[in-house]
Write a new protein. Structure first.
Length: 174
């Protein structure tokens, strides 16, 4: 690209010379566009810090579409998933010590924690960042509007932090 066709060097008025200040301002705008444009479309992946675990193992039914949609949600947030399709998750949930009242359609393990059900990715990131003394997070049931359960009229739901004894407290409300 020649100086005459480069928009950074273009003159608004051919009778006025292009000043250094104008050229620098235009260069700054162009550089800003190069740097900011990719960030504008960035996903939640940027929120996962380098020192946080990113790999999770997800246990789900091979035919569950909402589980697959939740996996896509967490992958967009920067997590990688190893999926274990099982015809029955009862034994897995019992072996992990997930209280029946907290059960949902899929279970994940990440960074020493359990994630039961349709927990939003940003709350998994918060769990990994804050490292509370807990067994994990759960969204009991399958509330409409939670990640993987989009469609219909969204319901308010609670994301519960639970410990090994099964004691819960509200971690977040969505």
């Amino acid at each position: 690209m020649s100086r005459s066709t480069n928009p950074l060097f273009a003159q608004e008025d051919a009778s006025r010379p292009l000043t250094r200040r104008t050229w620098l301002a235009r260069a700054g705008v162009a550089l800003g566009a190069i740097v900011v444009a990719p960030l504008a479309g960035a996903s939640l992946a940027a929120a996962v810090r380098d020192d946080q675990p990113r790999a999770m193992t997800v246990y789900k039914s091979p035919t569950c579409g909402c589980c697959t949609a939740w996996i896509e949600h967490v992958q967009k947030a920067g997590f990688t998933c190893t999926v274990r399709d099982l015809p029955d998750l009862t034994e897995v949930k019992a072996s992990f010590g997930i209280p029946r009242a907290l059960e949902s359609c899929h279970t994940a393990q990440i960074g020493g924690y359990l994630v039961e059900g349709h927990v939003p990715a940003d709350l998994i990131q918060k769990l990994l960042r804050d490292k509370p003394a807990a067994r994990g997070l759960a969204v009991p049931g399958m509330p409409i509007g939670s990640p993987g359960m989009e469609g219909g009229t969204p319901e308010r739901y609670q994301v519960l932090l639970f410990d090994k004894a099964g004691t819960t407290r509200v971690f977040a409300t969505r």
